[in-house]
Design a protein around this ligand. Sequence first.
Ligand SMILES: NC(=O)c1ccc[n+]([C@@H]2O[C@H](COP(=O)([O-])OP(=O)(O)OC[C@H]3O[C@@H](n4cnc5c(N)ncnc54)[C@H](O)[C@@H]3O)[C@@H](O)[C@H]2O)c1
Length: 269
Amino acid sequence: MQILEDHTVLVTGGGSGLGLGVARHCRAAGARVAIMELAHDKVARLREEFGDAVLVVQGDVTRLADLQACRDAVVARYGRLDALIGTQGIFDGNVPLLETAPERLDALFDEIFHVNVKGYVLSARVFHELLRASGGAIVLTTSTAAYAADGGGVTYTASKGAIRSLVGQLAFEFAPHVRVNGVAPAGIANSQLRGPRTLGLEGQQQSDIPKDAFLGMFRSLSLMQELPTPEEHGPLYAFLASRHNTIMTGQTVVADQGLLNRAVLTRQA
Ligand SMILES: NC(=O)c1ccc[n+]([C@@H]2O[C@H](COP(=O)([O-])OP(=O)(O)OC[C@H]3O[C@@H](n4cnc5c(N)ncnc54)[C@H](O)[C@@H]3O)[C@@H](O)[C@H]2O)c1
């Protein structure tokens, strides 16, 4: 039996990178899959890749009406939902606070927090009823930036810390019917994580960084030496999304290839 057999899974922010890899894995693991994605070009590519096999919904997770429309589309197509996997996110460009013009901070904060935090809160509210009915699960995406400094600037790291706390609060409020857990990845290969519009960095993507440079930086910090692909994160998300997880709620799994487990007294060459 496959781990997600007889499960319906929605991946929000599944148009590229982590979410797309997780969605592909969930499908291969037996799930009926729906994907919600903001970017129209990615939506078109998803429809090309999956055809009718996956329900693809264009929408913005920061807009209540879009989430409600997505919920209605999931119900119309599949009649139920067993797991909500949230993967959407944007980066803050790693610009230090003191190099950010004070006049920009208000808008920068709102832009990052709307996608990285509000989107998850709204999704949890909108999909709760379906998940309660199925005894389902929520899996949210934070980052090692929630655990250690310098994984981004102040707005990105604060937003990822908020998700870490949100996992605990939602698990508490939704127990015992809906399990809620998080995943904190470190580096991800093939990510298109983009910068903030507020700082004029929306055209910058993680994938613009030359692969060798990114891998070199990752290897100098991490115990495991290969950047995981989005698909390699799939089995972890699939377990947390599945009914086979009868043992965890309110936890965040740090899936960081040993990044945070740094040597104290010795240093590898
Ligand atoms: N890239 C990394 O190294 C890394 C490391 C740790 C954590 N993360 C986290 O992993 C998650 C996935 O990031 P990724 O690296 O795969 O980036 P990505 O940009 O490839 O994927 C994120 C997707 O979310 C979509 N999205 C953005 N705003 C949205 C909105 N308002 N509504 C719906 N969809 C929206 C984007 O269009 C994109 O398709 C993010 O939460 C990110 O913070 C990434």
